[in-house]
Design a binder for this molecule. Sequence first.
Ligand SMILES: *Cc1c(COP(=O)(O)O)cnc(C)c1O
Length: 459
Amino acid sequence: MPYEFQTIIEPFRIHSVEPLRLTSPEQRHAAMAEAGFNLFNLRADDVLIDLLTDSGTGAMSRDQWAAIQHGDESYAGSPSWFRFEAAVKDLFPFRHVIPTHQGRAAEKILFTAIGGPGRVVPSNTHFDTTRANVEASGAEAVDLVIAEGLDPRSLHPFKGNMDLEALDRLLRERGADVPVVMVTVTNNSGGGQPVSLANLRAVSALCHSYGVPLFLDACRFAENAWFIHEREEGQSERDVADIVRDMARLADGMTMSAKKDPFGNIGGWLALNDDGLAERCRNLLILTEGFPTYGGLAGRDLEALAQGLSEAVSHDYLRYRIRSTTYLGEALDRAGVPVVLPIGGHAVYLDARALLPHVEPLTYPGQALAVALYEAGGVRSVEIGTVMFGRHPDGSEHPAPLELVRLAIPRRTYTQSHIDYVIEVVTAVARDADRLGGYRMVYEPPALRHFTARFEPLD
Ligand SMILES: *Cc1c(COP(=O)(O)O)cnc(C)c1O
């Protein structure tokens, strides 16, 4: 019998290092005050472990850096473009691939082409840029995730699934107004939770019975496919790349941020089968992003992404990726820190409402916790609660449904000892959570206020 070992092995070793700067609690308090107690306003040099986002912050591989040297910067028809297009089509066999500088550019083009007043776009849960681009076109964005997806303690294995009954009802009542149905894999705004192949199949059949196309917001397609491999019946012997192809074949197109699973520091694309729609999208692309064989990207970026796509579906990598995120979440859960369960793919979400019940929602418990994690240990997280979602278009302010703090894990960037340190910091802050007080917002911009708001501690 072979031995079974429990240690999570990072399936890489370190080839080039970046220094981290250690700071004192006094320095961090001063930096936080200077930043108006908003973690987006910090200088990254003042952060020790940066878990603000997993977007564009991953480590590229030796082979990606080597691929960059093959970058061909021809304006049109570069060989780097053809390598990129082939790598995308190998996993996502759509007829047309349209490169963009990042995911929201693909969304902007798609919804400019098919959105507009009177239209309604359902999703399991729209990511914030997706919702913003749907709404900017004048259309309405509707979230139809299953009920378990809204319950932080539910252990459903596919909490990103679409509510099929709700989707059927919407398509029956307003099908003619629905230009596309979106499914976000994994469901980022819903805790990084996966969508099952069975649910995607049912959504696809439903959409097509109403003649409505289905698009994937596929930023974390590989993490989603790994969860299918691990949790869905009959999938555990399959190659993850084949599961990804199955997901793609159920859809008619996709939007993509290559700053997530494909290991890019920048990049994205829009892919689809409809020839007429593809032509309209390419015409919009030329207006703002660039020629259709480079979009908003340099040839070297296209090369790095083509290589990154082949690494994203490696079983050794995905096993490590999902296990290491789970390792952080389960250690916090065992220590009694309230977290969203089951642990998602790219991030661990702390439940600030449960941890700081004495802090009123409109004095921002999530912000209080995020500031405390930074001041205590130099760990940068992001509030996903009333600061982010509390202000409404009519000017009123209401508590968000959940007060979360997200610890997003950059890909291949931190080691297990970094994560052990994060566990210590979060556990220590949680133990003294009753000492934390709320904040008052002293400046906020008219939209997306969380990025630039400034705060003062209440006494
Ligand atoms: C990051 C993200 C986007 C937007 O991509 P950008 O590259 O940041 O513009 C869209 N959808 C989801 C689910 C994302 O995580």
